[in-house]
Design a protein around this ligand. Structure first.
Ligand SMILES: NC(=O)c1ccc[n+]([C@@H]2O[C@H](COP(=O)([O-])OP(=O)(O)OC[C@H]3O[C@@H](n4cnc5c(N)ncnc54)[C@H](OP(=O)(O)O)[C@@H]3O)[C@@H](O)[C@H]2O)c1
Length: 246
């Protein structure tokens, strides 16, 4: 029987790429999102779709329980639900900040918690991959709220990896630079915006969610069986390389 993976934010650009990659690798994949319609539009009515808002503890538990009931215990979690927010601190309202933290950090915290509880109850090993961002690693102007939320995701990754290593539950994260998904359509949706964004990176260009999906699928697989507590950057060198100034 195929192993079961639960993907949140499955209707999104990265989520869709990852679902395709995991299916190619032979996983049975359960898809979670806030809208059944969006999930079914992307994957068809036959797909195992779970309508749940994973930014709440109840929604996160519902996602894991529905997966267990419909398909079986998920031994892999890919937490793709999240947003981006381009807004300087002085223009970020309390509502914008709270929505950003809910979508990015609360969802990671509650999903990981529900996933770990189910694995521990079943005494099974497993692997989770969370999604951070380049802006958590290096100061990028006008990203204070999302940088704070994603830095929280990275701290969560390392602490949970330490707590659950004895239970053979691995927790890693990925930290992408800008990727071609609906989340950033407003920034790269026109030629000038796209070219401007691409120029920011030492390896010029825009990230492909399919590339990140391959890295995430690998981290969830047994091939990465001795890797935990790591944050893997995929950002064209943005967070670690200073481009030569000519
Ligand atoms: N694209 C980039 O440039 C970029 C860069 C760095 C990091 N990231 C991260 O990559 C991950 C995937 O994003 P993406 O680029 O694939 O964006 P996307 O296409 O907008 O997909 C994100 C998905 O997250 C779900 N979501 C949004 N807000 C949510 C909320 N409040 N609660 C629960 N779910 C919510 C949405 O699904 P439903 O509405 O169907 O629930 C949406 O389909 C996110 O964590 C994002 O922060 C993206």
């Amino acid at each position: 029987m195929a192993a079961i993976a639960l993907v949140t934010g499955a209707s999104g650009g990265l989520g869709q790429a990852l679902v395709r990659e995991l299916r190619r690798e032979g996983w049975t994949v359960a898809l979670a999102g806030r809208s059944l319609e969006r999930l079914q539009t992307a994957f068809g009515v036959e797909a195992l779709c779970i309508e749940a808002d994973v930014s709440t503890p109840e929604g996160a538990r519902l996602a894991v329980e529905s997966c267990q009931r419909e398909a079986g215990l998920p031994t892999a979690l890919a937490q793709c639900a999240g947003t981006t927010l381009l807004s300087p601190l002085h223009r970020t309202t309390a509502e914008m900040y709270r929505a950003c933290v809910a979508a990015n950090l609360d969802s990671a915290f509650f999903m990981l918690s529900a996933f770990v509880d189910a694995l521990r109850e079943a005494r099974q090993p497993g692997a989770a991959v969370l999604v951070s961002s380049v802006v958590a690693r290096i100061g990028v102007a006008n990203h204070e709220a999302i940088a704070a939320a994603k830095a929280g995701v990275e701290g969560l990754t390392r602490s949970a990896a330490a707590t659950y290593a004895p239970s053979r539950i691995r927790v890693n994260a990925v930290a992408p630079g800008i990727m071609d998904t609906p989340a950033v359509a407003r920034i790269i949706g026109n030629e000038a915006g796209r070219a401007g964004a691409a120029k920011q990176y030492p390896l010029p260009g825009i990230g492909d969610p399919a590339d990140l999906a391959r890295l995430m699928a690998w981290l969830l697989s047994d091939k990465a069986g001795w890797i935990t507590g790591q944050v893997w950057a995929m950002d064209g060198g943005f967070s670690s390389v200073r481009p030569l100034v000519k």
